[in-house]
Design a protein around this ligand. Structure first.
Ligand code: ADP
Ligand code: ASP
Ligand code: MG
Length: 401
């Protein structure tokens, strides 16, 4: 008997009709002789609504209480879905993160899964139950509820698939697969039959929210058979796997990340150890720095500019301002009106000229580049926020059509 893990995102379970549709997908899989564990997200915009509700009460609520609140969204979906399946006459049980053994670290709002204790899951499957699991959550060693970061239900599903050695992990969503760019923003985007773990990881990390980046990281590590497909149409989706067939596409995708800000530390003394001081300070607070640029200023000074995720901006500024005198920085500037646009493809490592072609496409679209970073399989540029969609389309036209 095959074990299949199926994950359903917020729009797939948004209302009663959609929940019944999902119940049919699950029971059809079960009826053909498979064991099924289904992982669900909160319905529609529930997580955003809960965040808003919390802000009304206390804009500075502790992360522990935020996690306790946000985890309830998934609990509503899981129990409603179990009720839908019950009504269709199938054996089913819903479990929350704690009941199905998700142990995480204590990094509230962005916790990492340490272990999935599969005992309860196995017991329920032995009883021939369909098991519905709340995504996005676990408990830390103090028995407090934690959440895995926005979009984290994908990671819950892959973690269960890895721990249970499932035969397949299907991520059902509101598009029918992974495209070369967000099909809602880029009409020329093409659906990919398959994509490698490495390319998918880069795309997800560069802002393609169709998969949570940690889910891809985990699928690669444990070699989980992963598929992205539509919950609304029964058509073949996209397979995410270790090695893919050679394709003529040099660039596998274009992604945009609006959740970045640019911070500039201006007029630093131009001597050794300054970059070390700044970035070790940020690292000690677990602030992820992405693109970095150092430039020569006037009169023996230099400027260091870098990007951080928008939700780390306040923490980064607080740290830098507290140390501004020690660093002997002239000023600290922030720009939130930026977006990061990236092209990703394993093929670019062995093809010179990709960067030049990218910059030419942006130049022709009259888009100014503020910062650039490159790696083996991706090139990112930081540009003005309102030009993000235009840039994605220009790059899609150049590399994909
Ligand atoms: P879910 O609620 O099912 O987790 P998400 O909203 O997190 O769904 O992810 C699906 C969305 O990801 C799609 O509706 C699409 O707009 C967006 N998306 C961004 N980049 C891509 C891409 N390269 N391929 C497909 N979808 C993408
Ligand atoms: N409900 C959570 C969120 O909106 C987790 C998820 O959907 O994956 O981020
Ligand atoms: Mg998602």
């Amino acid at each position: 008997m095959r074990l299949i893990v199926q994950k359903f995102g917020g729009s797939s379970v948004a209302n009663s009709e959609r929940l019944l549709n999902v119940a049919r997908i699950i029971t059809d899989t079960y009826k053909t002789g498979n064991s099924v564990i289904a992982v669900v997200s909160a319905q529609g915009d529930t997580t955003d609504d809960l965040i808003e509700k919390a802000k009304e009460i206390n804009p500075h609520a502790s992360k522990r209480e935020m996690d306790a609140l946000l985890s309830t969204g998934e609990q509503i979906s899981a129990s409603l879905l179990a009720m839908a399946i019950e009504s269709m006459g199938f054996p089913v049980i819903s479990l929350n993160g704690r009941q199905c053994g998700f142990a995480t670290d204590s990094n509230h709002s962005n916790a990492r899964i340490k272990k999935v204790d599969t005992e309860r899951l196995e017991r329920e499957l032995d009883k021939k139950n369909i098991v519905i699991v709340t995504g996005f959550q676990g408990v830390n060693r103090f028995d407090d509820i934690t959440t895995l970061g926005r979009g984290g239900s994908d990671t819950s599903a892959v973690a269960i698939a890895a721990a249970m050695k499932a035969d397949l992990c299907q991520i059902f969503t509101d598009v029918d697969g992974v495209y070369t760019a967000d099909p809602r923003l880029v009409p020329s985007a093409q659906k990919l039959e398959e994509i490698s773990f490495d390319e998918m990881l880069e795309l997800a990390s560069c802002g393609a929210q169709v998969l949570h980046n940690r889910s891809v990281e985990m699928a690669k590590k444990y070699n989980v058979k992963l598929e992205v497909c539509s919950s609304l149409e029964r058509v073949p989706g996209t397979k995410v796997k270790e090695v893919t067939r050679m394709e003529k596409l040099l660039i596998k995708g274009v992604a945009k990340d609006d959740d970045v800000v640019r911070i500039a530390v201006i007029g630093l003394p131009d001597k050794p150890g300054i970059a070390f001081k700044i970035f070790s300070m940020l690292a000690s607070k677990k602030i992820n720095v992405d693109i970095i640029l150092q430039s020569i200023g006037r009169d023996g000074t230099k400027d260091i500019t870098f990007t951080v995720p928008i939700d780390s901006c306040d923490a980064a500024l607080e740290l830098l301002k507290a140390e501004q005198d020690v660093l002997r920085a002239h000023s600290i500037e922030v720009d939130t009106d930026v977006t990061k646009v990236s092209i990703v493809g394993a093929g670019m490592a062995s093809n010179p000229g990709v960067a030049a072609k990218m910059f030419e496409a942006l130049y022709e679209a009259n888009i100014n580049i503020q910062m650039i970073s490159t790696s083996e399989i991706k090139i990112s540029v930081l540009i003005c926020k309102d030009q993000g969609v235009k840039a994605m389309n220009a790059l899609s036209e150049t590399f994909i059509k």
